[in-house]
Design a protein around this ligand. Structure first.
Ligand code: GLY
Ligand code: MN
Ligand code: MN
Length: 469
């Protein structure tokens, strides 16, 4: 993903985003958007570099040590690492400020070494300065330093910005709605991830048929193989590959546990492609054939996800898929005896008292985009003043509710219901240690939603069929 290879069409998309953002700053506004710093892993090794999502959204530029400055008149300046033949021999190509305007379509570019000298000049006579709040430790202090240099010039007639504002507010709202090029990238990311899941499922069944000692890391390796083979840069988050009881640990990482005949395996893994995440979970029988109790719970989760999909459409609210899924999960828990009607009462009681919570303790959805838990408000902005309160029956906490976000075309969210059964008194033993989640990625469109991650099937019979291959 070298920036020098970017097409003019792509540059137009970034330029249009910068123009939209600039138009919200006011004529005397200025925004400072740095990319992520490089981070040390140990001694002289760094973590694999990942650019800042906001910065990349506005530039497409992937190098570290860069800052974008946008002013209300629509002009953009990039500060980037200067050309340095010696460093480039060690670390690789740098675009450099001379080539940056033509390559990226920014109006001007300077060396990052000039940031401290030039920022006070750019801030002078502006009224508001925007930057991402509470994101990069030290940035606030840096802005303070630049502003104090402007203030020193006030007695010579300079104006100093009076307002500081969070640049994320506007950018979060822009990023919440994915344009056609973003949707195309996300579709491709989801296809690659789906292929990785199929590969891991088939490897599990094949290795067990061959009598091999299967470990979680074997399946993790299959995912990574497919991600990289198809050109994704890396995993969008640490893959969860959880065999047997490990599936009940929500944030379990792929480790070394044995994947045994008769176990279920829960894999939550997705690749990142050109800055966009995918996020898929499948739960499958290690040997390719569900047992009776596994299948009983699995089919409840499938039905819960179908109910969630049905209300993922324009006009419905963000919370609707969750509520639809909870209803089906709770009814299923009553039907199979995970919940005892004599103790918990009717379906309405189970929902009102959150009696399902020990077996389903997370939300069904989150926004998905450049970040796996993507930015964007979960409350409807046109109804922010309307609040209701309720007392949570489990924690007794008083919760303030604002109306949930109304779904609109271009939003992308996950649909990920599950059931997790830890052994406990009164819980039927046949279900102990079963953990199931099914997670797909949905683009809201005019008519409903497009499930972009269905390159890997969900129905139990279809999973068994591909695992026989
Ligand atoms: N993989 C993180 C999540 O599902 O939210
Ligand atoms: Mn997710
Ligand atoms: Mn996930």
């Amino acid at each position: 993903m070298q920036n020098t290879h970017m097409t003019t069409v792509t540059n137009q998309i970034y330029a249009a985003r910068r123009a939209r953002f600039a138009a919200t700053l006011g004529a005397d506004g200025i925004a400072i958007i740095p990319t992520s710093p490089e981070r040390q892993r140990n001694r002289d090794s760094d973590f694999l570099y990942r650019f800042d999502s906001y910065f990349h959204y506005l530039t497409g530029f992937t190098e570290p040590n860069a800052t974008l400055v946008i002013t209300g008149d629509g002009k953009s300046s990039l500060f980037c690492a200067p050309k340095d033949m010696e460093r480039e021999i060690w670390d690789g190509f740098r675009l450099g400020p001379t080539a940056a305007p033509a390559a990226l379509g920014v109006d001007a570019a300077y060396s990052s070494a000039e940031l401290d000298a030039l920022l006070p000049k750019l801030l002078e006579n502006k009224s508001s300065v925007y930057y991402p709040f509470a994101t990069y430790p030290g940035l606030e202090t840096q802005v303070d330093g630049w502003l104090s240099k402007v203030r020193a010039r006030v007695r010579f007639g300079a104006l100093c910005p009076e307002t500081q504002r969070d640049a994320c507010a506007v950018l979060d709202e822009m990023r919440l709605f994915k344009d056609a090029s973003e949707q195309a990238t996300m579709r491709r990311a989801a296809q690659i991830s789906a292929a990785g899941h199929i590969r891991a499922m088939q490897t599990s069944a094949r290795m067990l048929r061959e009598g091999k000692d299967v470990r979680e890391y074997h399946l993790d390796a299959e995912l990574l193989h497919e991600f990289r083979q198809q050109g994704s840069q890396y995993s969008a988050y640490s893959s969860i590959v959880a065999a047997g009881a490990n599936a009940c640990v929500l944030h379990y990482r792929a480790d070394a546990a044995q994947v045994k005949n008769g176990d279920l395996v829960l894999i939550d893994a997705g690749c990142e492609l050109d800055g966009y995440a995918s996020d898929i979970t499948r739960t499958f029988p290690a040997n390719g054939k569900f047992t009776g109790p596994q299948r009983a719970l699995y089919d409840i989760v499938v039905a819960a996800q179908e109910a969630a999909v049905a209300v993922t459409k324009p006009g419905c609210r963000f919370i609707d898929p969750h509520e639809a899924a909870v209803k089906v999960l709770a009814q299923g828990m009553l039907d199979v005896g995970l919940l005892d009607k004599n103790k918990v009462g009717s379906l309405e009681d189970v929902i009102a008292n959150r009696a399902y919570f020990p077996f389903y303790m997370h939300r069904t959805s989150h926004w998905l985009g450049m970040d796996v838990h993507d930015c964007g408000g979960y409350n409807e902005p046109s109804e922010l003043g309307q609040t209701t309160t309720r007392t949570d029956p489990l924690s007794n906490e008083v919760i303030t509710n604002r109306p949930s976000r109304i779904l609109r075309p271009g939003m992308v969210l996950t649909l990920e219901p599950g059931i997790y059964v830890r052994p406990a008194a009164g819980v039927p033993e046949q279900f102990h240690n079963i953990g199931i989640r099914i997670e797909d990625d949905a683009i809201v469109n005019e008519g409903g939603c497009e499930l972009i991650s269905r390159g890997v099937p969900v129905k139990a019979g279809e999973i068994e069929a591909i695992m026989r291959e």
